[in-house]
Structure formats: structure tokens, C-alpha cells
Design a protein around this ligand. Structure first.
Ligand code: AMP
Length: 215
């Protein structure tokens, strides 16, 4: 197995691009946020512990999410390329991941940074709507559902994620700047950083092109 790490601010398009690559390039998508939201919904001990951190826009403890990622990776013997979306989120997690990869003979293909200005990120997040039933994502500006407020896939009423409210979004961006931005230098020094301008709509093509160059 090899790993592509997706880096970028909340709302930079990581989730959208990962879903697209999973469909078109057969790359498996593992989102730490989705794993955690699944655990919260299922009421597991990890989910109960994570809930308050998540709702306030803070990071959950490193070992909590690292254990969930390790369990998922260990259970996955088939996948060739795994796209990690949302993990690692700080340098401590990057080091946990490096050890997990070394122990399991997994290689790092690259860390792919979606570079998007804050103003674009805030606009994208404020338009974001999700389906609480099936997890499908929409955006009132760029990817509206066919019927306003209703999930195209399952017909449930769409909601705004608790951590997508304006106050929490600003806090998440501050957390990103303080904790996650240092990863850019971390992977640059490891010669693994690939940067894609994520502010335009043809992101899918740009990311695919970047990945082809390093495959
Ligand atoms: P996301 O969907 O990636 O924006 O993640 C939603 C929330 O889940 C974040 O605001 C954090 O509270 C939590 N979370 C996701 N991934 C991590 C991680 N790698 N480390 C700590 N907390 C995380």
C-alpha cells in the first residue's frame, strides 16, 4: 500500500476531491472526520470522547484518532493507494503515521496540498450542506441539491454541520493555522510536498495531473 496525504484548510475541497478520485481513479478515501462522525453517531466510547472537541472546532486527542486510523489501515489488505483526508492534522500525528507506515511496509507517495485563500474557504463552508442520513455533501452555490434542502441520494432533509457555523469556522481556521500549517514544512523537508492551487473549479483535473506525475 502507498499513501497520499491530503493537506488543506477546512473547506479547501479535500473531501470533494477525495470522493471524486475514489470514483474515477480507484483510490480509496479515508477521512478522519467521517470516521469520527461515524463513531459519534454510533455512540462508541471513542465517539463520546470526541464529540465535545468536534462540536467546538478543536482537534480530538492525537491517540484517539491515530488508533482509529491504525485499526482501519490494519484491516485493509487490498487497497493499493489510500488517500488520507484530515489525518495527520499536526506534527505529532505525522510522526505517529510515519512509524505506523514504517512498521507496516507502507510508503508515502506524496502530501498533496490544496492551496486555497481564507476568503474562498469561508464562502465554501458557509454554503455547505450535508445529509444526516447518508452522508452525501452539497453546496448551495457550487453543487446544489436538485430540490432545495433535500438530499438527492436519499430524500432526507439536509442540515448544516454543527462545526460549520460562522463562529466555529473561524476557530477551525485558527486551529488549522496553528497546528496543521507546520505540516507543510514538515513534508517539504521530506521532499514529499506537492501543491495544487485549489481556488478554481477544475480541481479534479489538476489533482489528477499532479498525481500522475508522481505515480
Ligand atoms: P473534518 O471533517 O476533517 O473537518 O473534521 C471535523 C472535526 O473532526 C475536526 O474539526 C476535529 O474536531 C476532528 N478531527 C478530524 N480529524 C482529526 C485529526 N486528525 N486530529 C484531531 N481531530 C480531528
Amino acid at each position: 500500500m502507498n499513501i497520499v496525504i491530503l493537506l488543506g484548510a477546512p473547506g479547501s475541497g479535500k473531501g470533494t476531491i477525495a470522493v471524486e478520485l475514489a470514483k474515477t481513479a480507484g483510490i480509496r478515501h479515508l477521512s478522519s472526520g467521517d470516521l469520527l462522525r461515524g463513531a459519534v453517531k454510533a455512540g462508541t466510547p471513542a465517539g463520546l470522547k470526541a464529540k465535545t472537541f468536534m462540536e467546538s472546532g478543536n482537534l480530538v486527542p492525537d491517540e484517539l484518532i491515530a488508533d482509529m486510523i491504525a485499526d482501519t489501515v490494519a484491516a485493509d489488505k487490498e487497497t493499493q493507494t489510500l488517500l488520507l483526508d484530515g489525518f495527520p492534522r499536526n506534527v505529532a500525528q505525522a510522526e505517529i503515521l510515519a512509524k505506523m507506515m514504517a512498521d507496516n511496509g507502507i510508503t508515502l507517495r506524496c502530501a498533496l496540498l490544496l492551496d486555497v485563500p481564507d476568503a474562498v474557504v469561508i464562502r465554501r463552508i458557509s454554503g455547505r450542506r450535508v445529509c444526516p442520513a447518508c452522508g452525501a455533501g452539497f453546496n448551495v452555490d457550487s453543487m446544489p441539491p436538485k430540490q432545495e434542502g433535500i438530499c438527492d441520494a436519499c430524500g432526507a432533509a439536509l442540515i448544516i454541520r454543527k462545526d460549520d457555523t460562522p463562529e466555529t469556522v473561524q476557530h477551525r481556521l485558527d486551529v488549522y493555522a496553528a497546528q496543521t500549517l507546520p505540516l507543510i514544512d514538515y513534508y517539504k523537508q521530506a521532499n514529499a510536498l506537492v501543491t495544487v492551487d485549489g481556488s478554481h473549479d477544475d480541481l479534479d483535473a489538476k489533482v489528477r495531473e499532479a498525481l500522475e506525475k508522481i505515480s
